[in-house]
Design a protein around this ligand. Structure first.
Ligand code: FES
Ligand code: FES
Length: 168
């Protein structure tokens, strides 16, 4: 056993676990955050995607000891009221079908929009190709990412002090 300190969704955690335990196991079984899903266990499906210091990783294939001291964000930590622009776009486009892959899809989409605020279809296809959906929601995923991108880019253009442009 080892003592691993890390931060999950802005909360410091100390875990007494086997150092080679996959991060996914630690998140789900030790911490109790079950929004992140187990699909393949070999970094091939994307269902287990979380952010490690802001970048997407497959948590099934990362030993928990390798992320000691780092910041993890799971689907539960994306927003307080499921109102992140990506989550809102997912609801507006009714993306989820069975839903199993969707937390991983959303985490990959959020990571994409951080690095590429206005992605093309091909940017989206490239970034999302590791997230497999048995229900075939790919077209809706793409549309929802465009919608979230538009909302996030509009929000970024608003004056920070809330003043209305052009009015005195
Ligand atoms: S469960 Fe991790 S990539 Fe499939
Ligand atoms: S919504 Fe069913 S696997 Fe993606």
């Amino acid at each position: 056993m080892a003592t691993i300190k890390l931060t999950i969704n802005n909360q410091p955690r100390t875990l007494d676990v086997e150092p080679d335990m996959p991060l996914l196991w630690a998140i789900r079984d030790v911490v109790g955050l079950t929004g992140t899903k187990f699909g393949c266990g070999i970094a091939q499906c994307g269902a287990c995607t979380v952010h490690l210091d802001g970048s997407p990783v497959r948590s099934c294939s990362v030993p928990v000891s390798a992320v000691s001291g780092q910041k993890i964000t799971t689907i539960e930590g994306l927003s307080k009221n499921a109102d992140h622009p990506v989550q809102k776009a997912w609801i507006a486009h009714q993306v989820p079908q069975c839903g199993y892959c969707q937390s991983g899809q959303i985490m990959s989409a959020v990571a994409l929009l951080k690095t590429t605020p206005k992605p093309t279809d091909s940017d989206i296809d490239n970034a999302m190709q590791g997230n497999i959906c048995r229900c075939g929601t790919y077209t809706r995923v793409r549309e929802a990412i465009h919608t979230a991108s538009a909302e996030m880019n509009t929000a970024n253009k608003l004056p920070k002090n809330g003043a209305k442009v052009g009015k005195r």
